[in-house]
Design a protein around this ligand. Structure first.
Ligand code: NAD
Ligand code: UDP
Length: 341
């Protein structure tokens, strides 16, 4: 049965959330957003409106705030929740583990409680390839072991997956989708929304675009002595608009009936750090100065997905390649050198 009512999008002003809100609107859904703006700006909402012509009903609130969540569930008839809200910086999670457990697990607990009280049966959860830890083999399939992780951020994702899996067993009327994202990059082709990290970026693509725009002098390539084709680490970079569409396809799957599904969302293609940097330079005709720096603690050599399951079960297939990703990331950064202001 199609979801005729609203889709609650927690963290809907963030990077992946805002792109997914656009996809939802384009596909006839009615998203409502809850975001506490700890890592987003209200300008994202203006940009969503500019792109889609729709200004989704938005609550600036913390998902852990039970009273506020009660109000949101009371005021809106909700068919399903997409739960993006969470903190995501690996390094910060090592420094502030309690903050990460409180925020990521605490928000999920409140959300699940309110869903139960209001008879909302469907949830899509933003998990991460990080739950696989250092994979024993690549490409990674969904049945590969999870849980051997080394930082609190990853552990919050593992714990939430366990909670959701237990719930699915206990209540077969629920529709639960766990999506394990690989490395989202790129931006909406309009250049109006994109990734807007606070401070110096930790992730590769926003670092590259900030070098390109002149905010940072050069890229440090963390290690070129890994056992890979050029010695730099391999990741699976997926365009954020492909990822967003994956959520729409997942909702359609949940519309078919209850149960638990788990999908890798990536491209099934591994790209090294140097390949990404070279693709960026070629796609945009820009030089990115870089130097080889020591390895970054905790990095794994190789991580990329096998996405056959998502293709077979929900028809998920990427439409953007690495060149598109590089073009759209740069388009976003050059139009918004200081992010969303
Ligand atoms: P983001 O920080 O841009 O978006 C998260 C949003 O959630 C932000 O707008 C933030 O303000 C909001 N938020 C955080 N805690 C909240 C709370 N308690 N209540 C209300 N709002 C809250 O991050 P993103 O890159 O869009 O990631 C979205 C989700 O996907 C996160 O759960 C993240 O862990 C997961 N994920 C991201 C990546 C990635 O590389 N970007 C990879 C795998 C998984
Ligand atoms: N990386 C890098 N320089 C940077 C940021 C990242 O060389 O300034 C490398 C990093 O070591 C890893 C890859 O780029 O091999 C992807 O890093 P990112 O943090 O984006 O993703 P993750 O490692 O969390 O998958």
């Amino acid at each position: 049965m199609a979801f005729k009512n609203k889709i609650l999008v927690t963290g809907g002003l963030g990077y992946i959330g805002s792109h997914t809100v656009i996809s939802l609107i384009e596909n006839g859904y009615d998203p409502i957003i809850v975001d506490n703006m700890c890592n987003s700006k209200i300008e994202a909402l203006n940009r969503i409106e500019k792109i889609s012509g729709v200004r989704p009903n938005t609550y600036i609130a913390d998902v852990r705030d039970e009273e506020k969540m009660e109000q949101i569930f009371k005021e809106n008839k909700i068919d399903a929740v997409i739960h993006f809200a969470g903190l995501k910086a690996v390094g910060e999670s090592v420094q502030k583990p309690k903050l990460y457990y409180d925020n990521n697990i605490g928000s999920t607990e409140v959300l699940l409680k309110k869903m139960k009280e209001h008879g909302v049966k469907n949830i899509v959860f933003s998990s991460s390839a990080t739950v696989y830890g250092n994979p024993k083999k690549v490409p990674i399939v969904e049945s590969d072991p999870i849980g051997e992780v080394t930082n609190p951020y990853a552990d919050t994702k593992v714990q939430i997956e366990y909670i959701l899996q237990a719930l699915a067993k206990q209540d077969p009327s629920l529709g639960i989708a766990i999506l394990r994202y690989f490395n989202p990059i790129g931006a909406h082709p309009s250049g109006l929304i994109g990734e807007d990290p606070r401070g110096i970026p930790n992730n590769l693509m926003p670092y590259v675009t900030q070098v390109a725009v002149g905010k940072l002098p050069e890229l440090n390539v963390f290690g070129n002595d890994y056992p890979t084709r050029d010695g730099t680490c391999i990741r699976d970079y997926i365009h954020v608009c492909d990822l967003a569409r994956g959520h729409v396809l997942t909702l359609k799957k949940l519309e078919q009936g209850p149960g638990l599904v788990i999908y890798n969302l990536g491209t099934s293609v591994g790209t090294t750090v140097l390949e990404l940097v070279n693709a960026f330079m070629k796609a945009n005709n820009i030089t990115i100065p870089y130097k080889i720096a020591p390895r970054r603690a905790g990095d794994i050599p190789e991580c990329y997905a096998n996405c056959d399951k998502a293709y077979k079960e929900i028809g998920f297939k990427t439409q953007y390649n690495i060149v598109d990703c590089c073009r759209d990331s740069w388009n976003w950064q050059k139009k918004n050198p200081n992010g969303l202001n």
